[in-house]
Design a binder for this molecule. Structure first.
Ligand SMILES: [Zn+2]
Length: 305
């Protein structure tokens, strides 16, 4: 069992940026929130309607992950901010927005990590409740798959395999230890193929997408003038996306994730599969009782409690 306390932000902090979908400017403010309230979005342009950052409110996973309530109040592209909150160990926050999406910033989590660090982290008088995976769960769609198995910490092994030779096959194995998210993942940007980006712009999609907030990959080169931030920036970003999507579980997950060619849709389906059966998981503080129920001796329970 962990004896780590829940956290929130020390003070409110704001930024502004362009939305990937709309191309218009959106203002974002991160606010402190009380223990056990989790992460939620508030649309200030919709009379302050609140939308909890939860996997079962995900409505769209095509160009990023969107959550919505009542079919009207939507917040799109939540994953890079969610990843930053997870990476910085923030359990509770209210995210206020005056539009339907989180600003794209530079296409990575780094600007959000910077904001969180500027605000500072406040420890709350309540223990953190992590979600412990108790038995393997997996989701397969053809050559795409993702699974989670029991483990003491969250780790993600991700593999991508693109025909485009600049991306190609890349593997990254992320261990969720202190500081590793910020140094190894937070700066990895989202990416798109030049032809796909052109087709999306043609169709009026991703209006805010540009070389300022995404890596654009041509047939034989990266179009961004400054190139890549890491040689394997593509797969690092996929891990970042996965961590952000998984934080929509409502609490940090303790488990070993392995993904091949997965994306927002599979990340979300994994959470649905995990929570579909109460035997798949428990909160960390319920573990001793669970183990006693499944026939462990009192000594064994005491040893892990
Ligand atoms: Zn992303």
């Amino acid at each position: 069992m962990t004896d780590v306390s829940q956290t929130t932000l020390r003070k409110s902090i704001s930024c502004a940026g362009i939305g990937l979908h709309s191309g218009s400017e959106i203002h974002l403010t991160l606010h402190p929130a009380s223990a056990d309230s989790g992460i939620s979005f508030v649309r200030s342009d919709l009379a302050g309607l609140a939308i909890p950052a939860r996997y079962d409110l995900v409505t769209d996973t095509v160009l990023g992950t969107s959550v919505a309530r009542d079919g009207v109040a939507q917040v799109a592209t939540v994953e890079h901010l969610m990843a930053a909150l997870w990476g910085c160990g923030v359990d509770n926050a209210v995210i206020e927005l005056d539009g339907p999406e989180v600003p794209a910033m530079d296409g990575s989590s780094e600007p959000f990590v910077f904001l969180i660090e500027c605000a500072g982290i406040e420890t709350l008088k309540a223990p953190r409740r992590s979600i412990r995976v108790l038995r393997p769960v997996s989701v397969d769609h053809g050559d795409k798959r993702i699974s989670v198995t029991p483990a003491e910490t969250l780790s993600v092994r991700f593999e991508i395999d693109f025909e485009n030779p600049i991306i190609g096959r890349q593997v990254f194995d992320f261990k969720g230890v202190n500081g590793y998210f910020k140094s190894e993942l937070s700066r990895a940007r989202t990416f798109g193929l030049e032809a796909e980006v052109a087709a999306m712009h043609e169709a009026g999609l991703a209006r805010g997408g540009s070389l300022d907030n995404a890596i654009v990959v041509g047939a034989d080169r990266v179009l961004n003038e400054d190139g890549l931030r890491f040689n394997d920036e593509f797969v690092r970003h996929k891990v970042l996306d996965c961590l952000g999507d998984l934080f929509l579980a409502g609490a940090p997950i303790l488990g070993r994730v392995e993904a091949v060619r997965a994306g927002h849709q599979l990340n979300n389906e994994l959470l649905h599969a995990l929570f579909a059966d109460q035997a798949n998981w428990c909160y960390d503080d319920e573990l001793p009782a669970r183990r006693r129920d499944s026939g462990w001796s009192d000594d064994a329970v005491a040893a892990i409690a």
